[in-house]
Each structure stands twice: as C-alpha cells, then as structure tokens.
Design a protein around this ligand. Structure first.
Ligand SMILES: C[S@@+](CC[C@H](N)C(=O)[O-])C[C@H]1O[C@@H](n2cnc3c(N)ncnc32)[C@H](O)[C@@H]1O
Ligand code: SF4
Length: 360
C-alpha cells in the first residue's frame, strides 16, 4: 500500500496540509462532469448560449489534458452518474473525440454525447481523421467503445424540415443499434412534449424503446443569452436555489480548461482553470471558494449584486432569467478577484460580450 502514497499525494487525494475550516461550499453532491470539448459548430442556433463566447474562445484542451481531467474526476468520485461530452458540435470538430471516448469507456465511466445529429443522413461519413461507411457504423462504433447514450436537441430549429429529418434519422439509428438516447427540449412548452414524442414516433416508424427520459436535473433549462420571454418559465423551473454555485450537482469544463459550477455562466472559472492547476487541486480548494460563499445567503448575494452589478445594469439588455442575474454576478465576482487591475466597467463590458447580453 505504501507505494501508492506518492501518487495519492501527487493528485491531491491525500494531503499533509491542515484541513480547511468549516464551509458550506462543497463538491460532495457532484455526480457528473460536463466536458465542452469545443465551441465550434456547424449551426448557429438563435437560442444558443454560446453565441457570444464562441467568437472569443481560442484553442482547446489537448487530448492528453482532457484524458487527465477525466482520470482525475473519476478518481475523485465526481462522475458516479457519468461524464457528458458536448460542444459546440463535437462530431466533425474534435478529431480526437474517439480517442477520448474510448479512454473514458476503458475506465468504466458511463458517458453521453450531445449532438445536433447533422451526420445522421449522410451516405458515407467523412469525419476529420476517420471515415465511416454509414451513420449506422458511427453509432455502432460509439456503442462499442462505451457510449451509453446520445442526447439530441429539440428546439425552435425543428421548424426547418431538414433538421427535423436529421433528428428522426438519428432516432432510427439508435433504435436499430439499440443504444439509448435522450431528447433535450429547449424552449418547448412541457404540455406539448407528449405530442412531439408521438410525432417523432410516427415519423421514425419505430417504437421509441431506447428513448431515455431526461430527469429535471439533466435537462438543459434556463439559458442566459436571449431576450426571448418565452424562455423565462424554464429558468423558474430550473430553480437550483443558488446551490448551483456552492453545492452543485454538475461541473462544466469549457474548451479552454475553465471549470464552472453552473452551465449558464459560460466563460466563468469559478472553480478554477485546469490549464493552471490540477483538477484535484481545484476540487480540494473549493470549500474555501469565495465566489460560492457569496451565494450561500440571499442577503449576501443581494448585497454583492447591489454593489457590483446594479450600477452597471444600463450596459446590458434587460435580464429575463434569474439564471442570467446569477451568471453575471458570479462572473463579476470572479473576474474582480482574478483581474484586480480591470475596472468594473471593463469587467461588465467583457461579460456582456461573452454572454451575448450587450446592447445590439
Ligand atoms: C450547447 S448544445 C451542444 C450540443 C449540440 N450542438 C446540440 O445542439 O445538441 C447542448 C444543449 O444546450 C442547449 N442550449 C443551448 N442554448 C441554450 C440556452 N440558451 N438555454 C438552454 N439550453 C440551451 C441546446 O439546445 C442543447 O440541447
Ligand atoms: S445549440 Fe448546439 S447546434 Fe445550436 S449553435 Fe449551439 S452548439 Fe450549435
């Protein structure tokens, strides 16, 4: 056993340092890690929360850096429900996805892939560095290297019949290959979802045996880029009661290595940056997280908002969601700590740009 001590020390699983004091900031509830492998995408959906940041994110984590991160979250027990790979659009934009996926599968970690299913009706599938005879071969290959399920999106883009047909074709492929899939409804009235599933069933000509219901926690709800009031009810439903910032259920890693606790706070590194520190160090340091502590009481959060954000509200389009207010606040606090030389006006300019909230 003694021979494992150096490696456990190296990765921060054991420590010679004193324990941090009592704190409400904890990653104990984290059961899954969402890796955004790229923000590049073949589409440009009106509702996409990456619209702003996509233009300003340069480069992405290397294959090895992603594999190291997967290994560390696995050993830290943060992915008991699994790992999610998403983009942007991973298929077609990350040549190394199959290597990363295979590695994740080799650790026995359940993993899911979000995709807009652009590939599902191609005859021969030419992906960077990889050719598949057919989309079915791609699906079967992913299943063979451990993919547990796909996540397909249903949103306003389905009014385009080509994109709807892509979704139907992707569903059919999953039914044929006997692999699970979820449908993430974004901006869709919940009362209409049953009817849409019936419509998809009829269009696919298959019973949707492999359709996996999405639990409320896994649904991508909220959103912080649009000014479309139709989305407002979703963030009310997503009410995490601010725990997303100090006792989150998921962590999100952006393509450039920033780690955040709330999906909607794009561009935030409120947990840290894995290009600067080992993932395990970020995890061990989280109980002392200043940004998170600010969300542990409504009064503390309101005071921070009044001081740091309220005077600059005029530089933003009106916020529709509570998630948006939180995303702006968390980024302000964090940038204020990380870049003490930036003025608050400069910080808000940057946030408005990244979250697509600046005046048009
Ligand atoms: C960012 S996309 C990446 C994967 C893939 N390109 C796709 O669209 O499925 C992942 C999920 O986030 C959802 N999403 C994008 N913008 C959103 C927003 N503003 N609010 C809520 N969900 C959003 C998408 O609908 C999709 O289900
Ligand atoms: S929602 Fe998905 S498909 Fe649409 S632009 Fe964003 S990443 Fe691309």
């Amino acid at each position: 056993m003694a021979e494992f001590v150096p490696i456990l020390l190296k990765y921060g699983f054991i420590s010679l340092l004193p324990m941090p004091g009592r704190s409400r900031c904890s990653l104990l509830a984290v059961t899954g890690v969402n890796f955004e492998l790229t923000y590049d995408c073949n589409l440009n959906c009106a509702h996409c929360l990456q619209q702003g940041i996509r233009r300003f994110t340069r480069g992405h984590l290397s294959t090895q850096a992603v594999k190291d991160a997967v290994f560390q979250v696995y050993l830290s027990g943060l992915c008991t429900s699994g790992v999610n790979f998403t983009g942007g659009e991973v298929l077609g934009h990350r040549n190394d996805f199959f290597e990363i996926a295979e590695y994740t599968g080799s650790l026995g970690i359940p993993y899911r892939l979000n995709t807009n299913s652009w590939w599902s009706r191609k005859s021969g599938l030419e992906l960077p560095g990889r050719r598949f005879e057919s989309p079915l071969d791609l699906v079967r290959h992913l299943k063979s290297i451990g993919l547990g399920q796909f996540a397909f999106s249903y949103d306003e883009r389905m009014s385009n019949s080509d994109l709807f047909d892509n979704l139907v074709a992707a569903i059919k492929l999953c039914e044929i290959a006997r692999i699970g899939y979820q449908i993430i409804f974004t901006g869709v009235d919940p009362a209409k979802i049953g009817g849409i599933i019936n419509e998809l069933h009829k269009a696919a000509g298959f019973f949707l045996n492999y359709l996996v219901p999405v639990s409320a926690e896994m649904a991508d709800i909220g959103g912080c880029t649009g000014d479309n009031a139709a989305y407002a009810w979703q963030s009310n439903k997503a009410d995490c009661r601010d725990k997303g910032f100090y006792h989150p259920a998921f962590l999100h890693v952006s393509p450039d290595g920033k780690v955040r606790t709330c999906m909607y706070a794009v561009g935030s590194a409120n947990v840290g940056d894995i290009t600067e520190n080992a993932f395990t160090d970020l995890i061990n340091d989280f109980p002392g997280n200043t940004t998170g502590r600010c969300f542990t009481s409504p009064a503390r959060k309101q005071a921070a908002f009044d001081n740091l954000v309220a005077p600059y509200l005029a530089s933003y389009r009106p916020f529709v969601h509570e998630c948006t207010r939180n995303a702006v606040l968390v980024r302000t606090i964090q940038t204020h700590f990380d870049c003490p030389d930036l003025s608050l006006a400069e910080i808000h300019h940057r946030i408005g740009r990244d979250l697509n909230l600046a005046h048009r």
